[in-house]
Design a protein around this ligand. Structure first.
Ligand SMILES: [Zn+2]
Length: 458
């Protein structure tokens, strides 16, 4: 696109989520090419050249696009199973089915996952994919292609598992890769797809699955690989009491100490869940600037517990929000996680002071950008940043009687998305994707879910 083509958005409330939480009751945003050119109160500056489009956004709140920091797209075709299980029982129930996935299934599931999030205001998505059955095709390529087609900014966390039942792990032997195979394939994926530019649409992270499904060597060598290649590291950590017990029995220490011993704390690391953290674990994350992907719905669904988000924020830990895989969060939406993060944390020790609406919005935007290592480019509405933003419609039955727009967005029903822009390009209009056919995606995911169920014999 030509760098000087402008889109002017006016007459809207704006929550910039910048360092001062600057807000405008009625303001404007000007997009020039793929960047934000100006944000401010009142109408846009007079005399702008090359204005391709002017949007009267009366009745809307404009925020930075939402950033999802943890997900497993393939699970889109195994939703609604093992619904009354805790994490370990749920994993054991689902691994045999997951081990039968192929490229077509993964492509359909990725499109379903991406579509659901994009039309709910996600502009930067991620997929932690760690199931690579032998002979299943180019799964990483299928996922990255799906994100590119949808027009969403994207990080693939190339996962892996090499600790199966025979080595004391949780996955069955047929569901894992070898240590050498996993490392080589991860390096190849980084070399093929990782883009280091400011406006990168695709990045890759090194992401062994969890302490109970990967060897100590894979954690150690994976960390070394990521640092040699200059990419980020991602995994699951401290999700359940069972995981804590597992680490203590096998390694003689809790998950955070185990991660530290394998090189897995650092400002280039973000970890999903972090529910069972004591004060010294939180201090270690704060000291090393290790990021957290908070996944409140999934933690509730699997009865994992409540992550200590207020304590993490007070200590200076970067925290973003995650949907988590849709086999443990069937909704697959991130905008509703703003509300769930706020409500669930108020059930914890800090009660009504746990999180407020602005903090919840920050978790879903700037916080996410921080943990993905992209806070210089996205996560807030500021001149020079990439034009990833959402127009939330707040003047209908659901929200019109709530005076404060950020309160309406976070506390109220899931707000309709009138428009969502990624890299200056509109991908959603009136809650429908412009970049894909939702109905076709729904049909394909249903067919692939049925095919997988048939193959897996349930
Ligand atoms: Zn997960």
């Amino acid at each position: 696109m030509a760098a000087d083509r402008r889109i002017v958005i006016e007459n809207c409330s704006i929550a910039t989520v910048d360092a001062h939480d600057t807000e405008h009751a009625s303001g404007h945003v000007v997009i020039a090419g793929n960047r934000i050119e100006s944000v401010g109160a009142g109408r846009a500056p007079e005399g702008l050249q090359d204005v391709a489009r002017r949007i009267d956004a009366t009745g809307h709140l404009v925020t930075p696009g939402l950033v999802n920091t943890h997900h497993h797209y393939y699970q889109w075709i195994t939703r609604g199973l093992a619904t009354d299980h805790n994490l370990f029982d749920w994993l054991v129930a689902l691994y045999p089915t997951w081990a039968r996935i192929d490229e077509e299934m993964v492509r359909a599931a990725a499109r379903g996952s991406l579509a659901m999030m994009a039309r709910g205001g996600v502009t930067t998505a991620m997929d932690h994919h760690y199931v690579f059955p032998r002979g299943s095709g180019d799964l990483s390529g299928a996922i990255i292609g799906a994100a590119r087609d949808m027009g969403v900014r994207f990080t693939l966390a190339r996962g892996s598992m090499d600790r199966s039942e025979k080595d004391g792990g949780l996955p069955p032997d047929f569901a894992v890769e070898t240590l050498e195979g996993a490392l080589a394939a991860t390096e190849e994926t980084v070399r093929q797809h990782h883009d280091t530019s400011f406006d990168a649409m695709t990045q890759v992270a090194v992401a062994p699955c969890s302490p109970f499904s990967v060897s100590t060597e894979l954690l150690r060598d994976g960390a070394a690989l990521a640092r040699r290649l200059g990419v980020r590291l991602h995994t699951h950590g401290s999700e359940t009491v069972e995981e804590e017990q597992f680490c203590k029995e096998l390694f003689g220490m809790g998950p955070t100490d185990y991660f530290e011993s394998t090189g897995w704390l650092g400002e280039d690391v973000w970890m999903a869940h972090c529910v069972h953290m004591n004060d010294s674990d939180i201090a270690a994350f704060a000291r090393t600037k290790t990021g957290v992907a908070h996944c409140p719905s999934s933690n509730a669904r699997l009865a994992a517990g409540i992550a200590r988000v207020p304590d993490m924020l007070a200590a200076g830990v970067p925290v973003g929000l995650g949907v988590d895989g849709t086999a443990s969060n069937e909704s697959g939406e991130l905008h509703t996680e703003l509300r769930n993060a706020l409500l669930i944390n108020r059930l914890g020790a800090h009660r009504e002071a746990a999180l407020n609406a602005r903090q919840a919005l920050r978790l879903g935007t700037y916080g996410g950008a921080q943990v993905l290592g992209r806070s210089a480019e996205i996560g807030s509405l500021e001149p020079g940043k990439l034009a990833d933003l959402v127009l939330w419609k707040l003047d209908t039955l659901a929200h019109a009687s709530i005076a404060d727009p950020v309160t309406a967005l976070v506390f109220g029903a899931a707000a309709p998305v009138t428009a969502s822009f990624v890299n200056g390009r509109q991908i959603v209009e009136d809650n429908r994707l412009l970049t894909a056919d939702e109905d076709a995606i729904a049909r394909a995911t249903r067919e692939e879910a049925r095919r997988l169920a048939r193959i897996a014999g349930h």
